[in-house]
Design a protein around this ligand. Structure first.
Ligand code: GDP
Ligand code: MN
Length: 304
């Protein structure tokens, strides 16, 4: 029998433009997932970017929680890809199971946000993101959309809206809806504090740290005085206003695939005293790619 033919991909032909729909650009949506939320899936389904150009990639831990989430996820996938309308179907879907145990078992919001849990937790998240990225990024991928499994509400035009900025990395502002006991009504508050602009204080703290120490954001015991995008939201300003960022979160983040192809990933080790998504922004910057934030363009995180 004949050997299989060699497949040639010319990366110059894979465009990455501000008008990705017209140019038929492939988008890889990557989601690390420990819990399955129906609202996440419903929101994903409502994205108007042509589904036939979207590949979905998931990574779930191999524990009880991860097993349950995988079952729920597969049910929805079967419904969409087999019995659902053709236009809803995605190009392809990849599910990975993690080959390492999470360092700390399942946690609620309060427990996982404790400062002493952060380093091990963020390092494990970095490894999960890297495994997912390096096994799914293909020769025809133009964009990677990082979307956490607990992002339950975005504008349906999320991908087109972010891509139109034509930036190597672009992050919307992640908020959370909650019931405000004071006003007795639904309200919203900033959620993702990893989108920030660096400060002299943070630089100074970092310069005095040991080589294995990391800076964390959003903890009062470590006041960094960084400018957080979470607090830059101004309803009266343009929805598409841009700000430069030095650190990014992973809740929702659109990245040009070339940034990852250049080698920018999620350090599971202190990189300039930063890890995971914040380390990724720094690594991208060292490779010449600047992150951008959209303070007025909001997406919403689940409220446990
Ligand atoms: P937070 O919102 O910053 O507190 O972080 P989360 O705990 O929500 O984690 C971020 C994303 O990673 C979410 O999509 C989670 O479902 C997912 N996640 C959390 N822990 C793990 C893990 O151990 N393995 C994998 N594969 N995903 C995880
Ligand atoms: Mn989350």
């Amino acid at each position: 029998s004949k050997p299989p033919p060699v497949v040639h991909y010319n990366l110059n032909n894979v465009t990455i433009t501000h008008n990705p729909v017209e140019n038929r650009e492939n988008v890889l949506i990557l989601t690390p997932m420990v819990r399955f939320y129906q609202e996440y899936w419903d929101n994903l389904m409502k994205l108007t970017y042509p589904h036939e150009l979207i590949t979905l990639g998931f990574i779930l831990p191999k524990n009880k929680e991860g097993n349950a989430a995988t079952t729920d996820l597969q049910k929805q996938i079967a419904k969409t890809q087999k019995s659902g309308p053709e236009r809803d179907r995605f190009k392809s879907i990849i599910i990975l199971r993690q080959d390492f145990e999470p360092p700390i078992p399942s946690q609620d919001e309060v427990e996982r946000h404790k400062m002493q849990n952060q380093k091990a937790r963020r390092a494990a998240m970095a490894k999960a993101r890297n495994s997912l990225l390096f096994t799914t990024l293909g020769p025809s991928t133009s964009w990677v959309l990082w979307l956490d499994a607990d992002i339950i509400e975005t504008p349906p035009t999320l991908i087109q809206d972010l891509a139109r900025h034509d930036k190597p990395l672009v992050a919307p502002n992640c908020f959370q809806r909650y019931y405000n006991e004071d006003t007795k009504s639904m309200d919203e508050r900033p959620y993702d504090f990893n989108n920030w602009q660096d400060s002299p204080t943070a630089q100074d703290l970092a310069s005095k740290m040991g080589p294995d120490d990391i800076l964390l954001e959003g903890y009062k015991d470590m006041a960094t005085y960084r400018a957080l995008m979470a607090y830059m939201h101004k309803p009266e300003d343009d929805l598409h206003q841009e700000v430069p960022l030095d650190g990014v979160g992973g809740t929702a983040l659109l990245v040009k695939a070339d940034v990852h192809r250049d080698g920018a990933m999620f350090p599971a080790f202190p990189f300039y005293h930063l890890i995971e998504t914040e380390g990724f922004a720094k690594m991208a910057k060292r490779l010449g790619w600047q992150a951008t934030g959209l303070p007025n363009y909001k997406v919403y995180h689940y409220n446990e």
